[in-house]
Design a protein around this ligand. Structure first.
Ligand code: APR
Ligand code: PHB
Length: 393
């Protein structure tokens, strides 16, 4: 037997995009249901980047989620780059007027779940066989199974927040959809270790041996990455090998301060840039990784999901309150303008900081010249800072 339920906005996917959308709709007095394929424990076990733009911090604050972020997050007024034996600190606060906040995406997701639980928003986990129906009509619906039962969910709008592997994007016909992609010829091997971070700010390191990144979660939890070939497997990387390789890519002073210890997590992630256009089709609206992927260089993934949700939640609010549907009509165009700027920045920073196997001597010299330019030009550093702290939305 199929059970029928009803909501104003059916949100597919309970990652940061879906949860933040649910929270903003809830605060605006609208009804939504989140349906998520995984268990909550699984969603909360995913380790992702941890740099929040000020716009994301403002959205979390507006959504009533400032407490733990303020207590436990770190505000960074600058970020470090190192290359060719040189060190450069980009003074983000002085050049752009804004800092960034270091607070893990896992914590953001946990805070969102807690707030939605308190507000009594329905979140259904472990759903299967999710299918979107009649998205170009004014009565779309979603069917799925959960806990052995079959469900028919009537709604006014569908928000596709189900990440890169979800069902929402493929529900837009291939004849309407256009996809843009760049796959990079390397991955990032990342570890978490219960050791003090090597520096009080992040270090993005370009070296002859490839890229490395020193990041952190808190005073006793460090997050480090090294660029590695896509053919590598985590088993190829003992902790000792990882620490030796990281140290070899860092400037001498950082190397001498590096505290090593056992890794508590180790994984390899490929790097890609991807954008699907348009981000809406009929009454279906995509947000976050469902519509675009950025390489982690610059930590734009979560922040971009948040700006999508900002535009989309305001547009839903206007439409559901009977004020206007213009926000929904222009959502794709508005969101894509910002998406492409973040895609550009993370592509640029990836190109600047990594060692590309096929670059050759010419490519390498151009890369060195660009780093030298960045080190010596306030205009270039201002442009870096403006993009790194996040363009306005
Ligand atoms: N039905 C329901 N849920 C689904 C389905 C499906 N068919 N397919 C995927 N999902 C869920 C996933 O299990 C995941 O929890 O959708 C969620 C999508 O979450 P994310 O992948 O985290 O994407 P998003 O919320 O857009 O967040 C973007 O967070 O995950 C990072 O790298 C990402 O930093 C980026 C940001
Ligand atoms: C991280 O802390 O995991 C992180 C930080 C900055 C990045 C990417 C990842 O650019």
């Amino acid at each position: 037997m199929t059970r029928s339920i009803k909501t104003q906005v059916a949100i597919i996917g309970g990652g940061p995009a879906g949860l933040m959308l649910a929270q903003r709709l809830q605060l605006a007095g609208h009804d939504a249901i989140v349906i998520e394929r995984q268990t909550r424990a699984h969603v909360l076990s995913r380790i992702r980047a941890g740099v929040l733009e000020q716009g994301t911090v403002d959205m979390l604050t507006d959504a009533g989620l400032a407490t733990r972020m303020t207590d436990e997050g770190f505000v960074h007024g600058g970020t470090g780059l190192s290359f060719l034996g040189r060190k450069l600190r980009i003074d983000l606060a002085a050049l752009s007027g804004k800092p960034v906040t270091i607070y893990g995406q896992t914590e953001v997701t946990k805070d969102l779940y807690d707030a939605l639980d308190t507000a009594g928003v329905r979140i259904v986990h472990e759903v299967e066989d999710v299918v979107l129906h009649d998205v170009t009509s004014d009565r779309p619906f979603v069917t799925y199974t959960a806990g052995g039962g079959q469900y028919h969910l009537d709604c006014e709008y569908i928000a596709g927040c189900d990440g890169y592997h979800g069902v929402s994007r493929p529900s837009i016909p291939a004849s309407v959809r256009r996809e843009f992609e760049r796959v990079y010829p390397f991955g990032w091997l990342g570890i978490l270790s219960e050791t003090p971070p090597v520096d009080h700010e992040l270090i993005y390191a370009h070296s002859e041996r490839g890229f490395a990144l020193c990041s952190m979660r808190h005073a006793q939890l460090s997050r480090y990455y090294v660029q590695c070939p896509l053919t590598d497997h985590v088993d190829d990387w003992s902790d000792d090998r990882f620490w030796d390789e990281l140290a070899a890519r860092l400037p001498d002073d950082a190397k001498s301060r590096l505290v090593t210890g056992p890794s508590i997590e180790k994984s390899i992630a490929p790097l890609r840039s991807f954008v699907a256009e348009p981000m809406s089709y009929g009454r279906l609206f995509l947000a976050g990784d469902a519509a675009h992927i950025v390489p982690p260089t610059g930590a734009k993934g979560l922040n971009l999901a948040m700006s999508d949700v900002y535009y989309l939640s305001n547009a839903f609010d206007d439409a559901l309150s009977g004020r206007a549907t213009t926000g929904l009509e222009s959502y794709s165009t508005t969101a894509l303008r910002r998406v492409w700027k973040s895609v550009r920045f993370s592509w640029w920073l990836t190109n600047l900081m990594h060692r590309f196997p096929d670059d050759g001597d010419f490519g390498r010299r151009v890369q060195e010249a660009e780093l030298d330019y960045l080190a010596n030009s306030q205009a270039a550093q201002t442009s870096f800072a403006e993009n790194y702290v996040g363009l306005p939305f």
